[in-house]
Design a protein around this ligand. Structure first.
Ligand code: AHM
Ligand code: MG
Length: 282
Protein backbone atom coordinates (compact mmCIF):
# COMPACT_ATOMS: atom_id res chain seq x y z
CA UNK A 1 0.00 0.00 0.00
CA UNK A 2 2.83 2.40 0.84
CA UNK A 3 4.22 1.98 -2.67
CA UNK A 4 0.81 2.85 -4.15
CA UNK A 5 0.60 5.96 -1.97
CA UNK A 6 4.12 6.96 -3.04
CA UNK A 7 3.25 6.54 -6.74
CA UNK A 8 0.16 8.71 -6.21
CA UNK A 9 2.21 11.34 -4.38
CA UNK A 10 4.70 11.41 -7.27
CA UNK A 11 1.85 11.77 -9.74
CA UNK A 12 0.45 14.72 -7.78
CA UNK A 13 3.86 16.42 -7.84
CA UNK A 14 4.11 15.94 -11.61
CA UNK A 15 0.55 17.14 -12.25
CA UNK A 16 1.06 20.24 -10.12
CA UNK A 17 4.16 21.10 -12.18
CA UNK A 18 2.26 20.47 -15.38
CA UNK A 19 -0.58 22.80 -14.32
CA UNK A 20 1.72 25.64 -13.30
CA UNK A 21 3.98 25.39 -16.34
CA UNK A 22 1.39 24.73 -19.05
CA UNK A 23 -0.09 27.58 -21.03
CA UNK A 24 -2.32 25.24 -23.03
CA UNK A 25 -5.78 24.99 -21.50
CA UNK A 26 -7.43 24.00 -24.75
CA UNK A 27 -9.77 21.10 -25.38
CA UNK A 28 -8.75 17.91 -27.18
CA UNK A 29 -11.02 16.37 -29.83
CA UNK A 30 -12.19 13.65 -27.42
CA UNK A 31 -15.12 13.18 -25.04
CA UNK A 32 -15.03 10.93 -21.96
CA UNK A 33 -17.64 8.32 -20.95
CA UNK A 34 -19.76 10.96 -19.22
CA UNK A 35 -19.86 13.00 -22.42
CA UNK A 36 -17.53 15.76 -21.18
CA UNK A 37 -15.12 17.27 -23.66
CA UNK A 38 -11.60 16.45 -22.46
CA UNK A 39 -8.92 19.08 -22.01
CA UNK A 40 -5.41 18.24 -23.15
CA UNK A 41 -4.45 18.66 -19.48
CA UNK A 42 -7.01 15.99 -18.45
CA UNK A 43 -5.37 13.54 -20.83
CA UNK A 44 -1.80 14.42 -19.85
CA UNK A 45 -2.62 14.11 -16.13
CA UNK A 46 -4.25 10.76 -16.81
CA UNK A 47 -1.07 9.53 -18.53
CA UNK A 48 1.15 10.66 -15.66
CA UNK A 49 -0.90 8.60 -13.19
CA UNK A 50 -1.00 5.54 -15.42
CA UNK A 51 2.77 5.65 -15.93
CA UNK A 52 3.45 5.87 -12.18
CA UNK A 53 1.04 3.09 -11.22
CA UNK A 54 2.09 0.79 -14.06
CA UNK A 55 5.54 0.47 -12.46
CA UNK A 56 4.05 -1.37 -9.45
CA UNK A 57 3.60 -5.14 -9.38
CA UNK A 58 1.07 -4.80 -6.52
CA UNK A 59 -1.40 -2.95 -8.76
CA UNK A 60 -3.71 -5.15 -10.80
CA UNK A 61 -5.29 -2.39 -12.79
CA UNK A 62 -6.64 1.14 -12.98
CA UNK A 63 -9.88 2.88 -13.87
CA UNK A 64 -9.90 6.51 -14.82
CA UNK A 65 -12.76 8.97 -15.19
CA UNK A 66 -11.18 9.83 -18.53
CA UNK A 67 -11.35 6.28 -19.94
CA UNK A 68 -14.17 3.96 -20.82
CA UNK A 69 -12.86 0.70 -19.34
CA UNK A 70 -10.62 -0.73 -16.65
CA UNK A 71 -7.01 -1.12 -17.79
CA UNK A 72 -5.51 -4.29 -16.41
CA UNK A 73 -1.77 -4.51 -15.97
CA UNK A 74 -0.15 -7.92 -16.27
CA UNK A 75 -0.29 -8.60 -12.51
CA UNK A 76 -3.33 -10.91 -12.25
CA UNK A 77 -2.89 -11.72 -8.57
CA UNK A 78 -1.98 -8.24 -7.41
CA UNK A 79 -4.10 -6.85 -4.57
CA UNK A 80 -4.86 -3.29 -5.55
CA UNK A 81 -7.06 -1.54 -8.06
CA UNK A 82 -6.94 2.23 -8.28
CA UNK A 83 -9.81 4.42 -9.53
CA UNK A 84 -9.05 8.07 -10.12
CA UNK A 85 -10.19 11.38 -11.52
CA UNK A 86 -6.91 12.88 -12.78
CA UNK A 87 -8.08 16.50 -12.92
CA UNK A 88 -11.43 17.17 -11.31
CA UNK A 89 -13.03 20.52 -12.05
CA UNK A 90 -10.76 21.00 -15.05
CA UNK A 91 -13.26 23.32 -16.73
CA UNK A 92 -12.22 25.87 -14.06
CA UNK A 93 -8.61 25.83 -15.09
CA UNK A 94 -8.84 28.63 -17.65
CA UNK A 95 -10.24 30.99 -14.98
CA UNK A 96 -7.47 30.01 -12.54
CA UNK A 97 -9.70 28.52 -9.84
CA UNK A 98 -8.49 25.55 -7.81
CA UNK A 99 -8.72 22.05 -9.27
CA UNK A 100 -7.88 18.64 -7.83
CA UNK A 101 -7.07 14.96 -8.31
CA UNK A 102 -8.96 12.17 -6.54
CA UNK A 103 -7.83 8.55 -5.99
CA UNK A 104 -9.55 5.51 -4.47
CA UNK A 105 -7.44 2.46 -3.65
CA UNK A 106 -9.61 -0.67 -3.75
CA UNK A 107 -8.70 -4.23 -2.83
CA UNK A 108 -9.50 -6.95 -5.45
CA UNK A 109 -12.67 -5.26 -6.78
CA UNK A 110 -14.08 -1.81 -7.38
CA UNK A 111 -16.70 -1.70 -4.65
CA UNK A 112 -17.23 0.72 -1.79
CA UNK A 113 -16.80 -2.04 0.79
CA UNK A 114 -13.31 -2.74 -0.62
CA UNK A 115 -12.09 0.84 -0.55
CA UNK A 116 -8.94 0.67 1.58
CA UNK A 117 -7.65 4.21 1.32
CA UNK A 118 -8.21 7.40 -0.58
CA UNK A 119 -6.12 10.38 -1.51
CA UNK A 120 -6.97 13.76 -2.94
CA UNK A 121 -4.88 16.74 -3.94
CA UNK A 122 -5.90 20.38 -4.24
CA UNK A 123 -3.95 22.53 -6.69
CA UNK A 124 -4.61 26.04 -5.36
CA UNK A 125 -2.38 28.88 -4.21
CA UNK A 126 -0.60 25.96 -2.46
CA UNK A 127 -0.68 22.25 -3.19
CA UNK A 128 -2.24 20.18 -0.42
CA UNK A 129 -2.89 16.46 -0.16
CA UNK A 130 -5.18 14.47 2.12
CA UNK A 131 -4.64 10.75 2.72
CA UNK A 132 -7.43 8.78 4.39
CA UNK A 133 -7.54 5.22 5.73
CA UNK A 134 -8.39 4.91 9.43
CA UNK A 135 -7.78 8.67 9.82
CA UNK A 136 -7.68 11.60 7.39
CA UNK A 137 -4.35 13.41 7.30
CA UNK A 138 -3.54 16.76 5.72
CA UNK A 139 -0.14 17.33 4.04
CA UNK A 140 1.17 20.55 2.49
CA UNK A 141 3.74 20.82 -0.27
CA UNK A 142 6.66 22.84 1.08
CA UNK A 143 9.87 23.16 -0.94
CA UNK A 144 9.12 20.13 -3.07
CA UNK A 145 8.04 17.82 -0.23
CA UNK A 146 4.75 16.96 1.42
CA UNK A 147 4.87 17.83 5.12
CA UNK A 148 2.29 16.49 7.59
CA UNK A 149 0.12 19.31 8.95
CA UNK A 150 -2.69 17.77 11.02
CA UNK A 151 -5.46 15.25 11.22
CA UNK A 152 -8.84 16.35 9.90
CA UNK A 153 -11.82 16.11 12.26
CA UNK A 154 -15.18 17.73 11.72
CA UNK A 155 -17.18 19.47 14.42
CA UNK A 156 -20.78 18.39 14.92
CA UNK A 157 -21.94 21.38 12.89
CA UNK A 158 -20.47 24.00 10.56
CA UNK A 159 -21.52 27.16 8.71
CA UNK A 160 -20.86 26.40 5.04
CA UNK A 161 -23.48 25.48 2.47
CA UNK A 162 -22.18 24.29 -0.93
CA UNK A 163 -24.79 22.99 -3.31
CA UNK A 164 -24.64 22.08 -6.99
CA UNK A 165 -26.96 21.10 -9.79
CA UNK A 166 -29.18 23.36 -11.85
CA UNK A 167 -31.33 25.26 -9.38
CA UNK A 168 -34.47 25.41 -11.52
CA UNK A 169 -34.42 21.59 -11.56
CA UNK A 170 -34.13 21.10 -7.79
CA UNK A 171 -36.83 19.05 -6.05
CA UNK A 172 -39.08 20.73 -3.46
CA UNK A 173 -37.24 18.76 -0.74
CA UNK A 174 -33.92 20.15 -1.86
CA UNK A 175 -35.19 23.72 -2.17
CA UNK A 176 -36.64 23.53 1.34
CA UNK A 177 -33.41 22.09 2.75
CA UNK A 178 -31.30 24.85 1.21
CA UNK A 179 -33.73 27.56 2.39
CA UNK A 180 -33.58 26.15 5.90
CA UNK A 181 -29.77 26.24 5.92
CA UNK A 182 -29.76 29.89 4.84
CA UNK A 183 -32.42 30.76 7.45
CA UNK A 184 -30.12 29.13 10.00
CA UNK A 185 -27.30 31.50 9.03
CA UNK A 186 -25.25 29.30 6.68
CA UNK A 187 -23.11 31.04 4.03
CA UNK A 188 -22.97 29.95 0.39
CA UNK A 189 -19.53 28.68 -0.63
CA UNK A 190 -19.47 26.96 -4.01
CA UNK A 191 -16.63 27.24 -6.50
CA UNK A 192 -17.87 24.50 -8.84
CA UNK A 193 -14.82 22.37 -8.09
CA UNK A 194 -15.77 19.44 -5.88
CA UNK A 195 -12.27 19.01 -4.46
CA UNK A 196 -11.74 22.58 -3.20
CA UNK A 197 -15.40 22.80 -2.11
CA UNK A 198 -15.10 19.68 0.05
CA UNK A 199 -11.62 20.64 1.24
CA UNK A 200 -13.08 23.96 2.41
CA UNK A 201 -15.67 22.17 4.58
CA UNK A 202 -13.13 19.66 5.91
CA UNK A 203 -10.59 22.31 6.92
CA UNK A 204 -13.11 24.76 8.38
CA UNK A 205 -14.55 21.91 10.45
CA UNK A 206 -18.04 21.45 9.03
CA UNK A 207 -20.94 22.33 6.76
CA UNK A 208 -22.82 20.64 3.95
CA UNK A 209 -21.89 19.87 0.34
CA UNK A 210 -24.72 18.55 -1.78
CA UNK A 211 -25.03 17.53 -5.39
CA UNK A 212 -28.67 16.47 -5.60
CA UNK A 213 -30.66 14.33 -7.98
CA UNK A 214 -32.83 16.46 -10.27
CA UNK A 215 -35.43 15.72 -12.95
CA UNK A 216 -32.73 16.23 -15.57
CA UNK A 217 -30.14 14.18 -13.69
CA UNK A 218 -32.05 11.63 -11.56
CA UNK A 219 -28.78 9.99 -10.52
CA UNK A 220 -26.92 13.23 -9.87
CA UNK A 221 -23.72 14.10 -11.68
CA UNK A 222 -20.83 12.99 -9.53
CA UNK A 223 -19.24 9.64 -10.18
CA UNK A 224 -19.17 7.00 -7.43
CA UNK A 225 -15.87 5.20 -7.97
CA UNK A 226 -13.68 8.10 -9.01
CA UNK A 227 -15.15 10.99 -7.04
CA UNK A 228 -17.60 10.38 -4.25
CA UNK A 229 -16.53 7.04 -2.75
CA UNK A 230 -12.99 8.29 -2.05
CA UNK A 231 -14.45 11.36 -0.32
CA UNK A 232 -16.99 9.23 1.57
CA UNK A 233 -14.07 7.53 3.32
CA UNK A 234 -12.50 10.90 4.16
CA UNK A 235 -15.76 12.20 5.66
CA UNK A 236 -16.38 8.97 7.57
CA UNK A 237 -13.01 8.92 9.31
CA UNK A 238 -13.22 12.68 9.93
CA UNK A 239 -16.41 12.02 11.99
CA UNK A 240 -18.82 13.24 9.32
CA UNK A 241 -21.26 11.60 6.93
CA UNK A 242 -21.73 10.82 3.25
CA UNK A 243 -25.17 9.70 2.07
CA UNK A 244 -27.33 9.58 -1.05
CA UNK A 245 -30.90 10.94 -1.32
CA UNK A 246 -32.26 7.75 0.30
CA UNK A 247 -29.98 8.10 3.31
CA UNK A 248 -27.70 5.23 2.27
CA UNK A 249 -24.06 5.48 3.22
CA UNK A 250 -22.18 6.07 -0.04
CA UNK A 251 -19.73 3.18 0.49
CA UNK A 252 -22.69 0.77 0.75
CA UNK A 253 -24.00 1.65 -2.72
CA UNK A 254 -23.52 -0.87 -5.50
CA UNK A 255 -22.16 0.13 -8.87
CA UNK A 256 -23.28 -1.62 -12.04
CA UNK A 257 -21.05 0.35 -14.36
CA UNK A 258 -17.67 1.95 -13.85
CA UNK A 259 -19.00 5.44 -14.50
CA UNK A 260 -22.19 5.24 -12.38
CA UNK A 261 -23.20 8.44 -10.61
CA UNK A 262 -25.25 9.17 -7.50
CA UNK A 263 -26.87 12.03 -5.65
CA UNK A 264 -24.65 12.90 -2.71
CA UNK A 265 -24.53 14.81 0.57
CA UNK A 266 -21.27 15.23 2.48
CA UNK A 267 -21.24 16.97 5.81
CA UNK A 268 -20.91 17.10 9.51
CA UNK A 269 -23.38 15.13 11.60
CA UNK A 270 -25.99 17.81 12.31
CA UNK A 271 -26.21 18.77 8.64
CA UNK A 272 -26.58 15.10 7.60
CA UNK A 273 -29.46 14.78 10.11
CA UNK A 274 -31.07 17.87 8.57
CA UNK A 275 -30.80 16.32 5.08
CA UNK A 276 -32.57 13.20 6.38
CA UNK A 277 -35.31 15.31 7.94
CA UNK A 278 -35.93 17.37 4.77
CA UNK A 279 -35.73 14.36 2.45
CA UNK A 280 -38.14 12.36 4.64
CA UNK A 281 -35.57 9.64 5.42
CA UNK A 282 -36.34 7.58 8.54
P1 AHM B 1 -15.52 16.99 -13.88
O1 AHM B 1 -15.01 15.70 -13.32
O2 AHM B 1 -15.90 16.87 -15.33
O3 AHM B 1 -14.60 18.14 -13.62
O4 AHM B 1 -16.94 17.29 -13.17
C1 AHM B 1 -17.04 17.28 -11.78
C2 AHM B 1 -17.29 18.67 -11.24
C3 AHM B 1 -17.11 18.73 -9.75
O5 AHM B 1 -15.84 19.15 -9.44
C4 AHM B 1 -18.13 19.76 -9.33
O6 AHM B 1 -18.62 19.56 -8.03
C5 AHM B 1 -19.21 19.59 -10.33
O7 AHM B 1 -18.63 19.02 -11.49
C6 AHM B 1 -19.79 20.91 -10.69
O8 AHM B 1 -20.86 20.73 -11.52
P2 AHM B 1 -21.87 21.95 -11.80
O9 AHM B 1 -21.11 22.87 -12.70
O10 AHM B 1 -23.01 21.26 -12.46
O11 AHM B 1 -22.22 22.59 -10.49
MG1 MG C 1 -14.43 14.81 -11.88
Amino acid sequence: MLAVLKAIENSILEISKLISSSGDFSYSDNKNSSGDQQLKLDLESDKIIEQNLRKLTIVQGIASEEREDIIYFENDKAEYLVAYDPLDGSSLIDVNLSVGSIFGIYKYSFSGRNLMASVYAVYGPRVEMVVADSTARLYRLIQGEFKFVRELKLNKQGKINATGGTQKDWSENHKNLINKLFQNGYRLRYSGGMVPDLHHILLKGGGLFSYPATHEQPKGKLRLLFEIMPFALVFKVANGGAIDKNGKFILDLKTEHLHDTSSVFFGSNNEISLVKEYYGIK
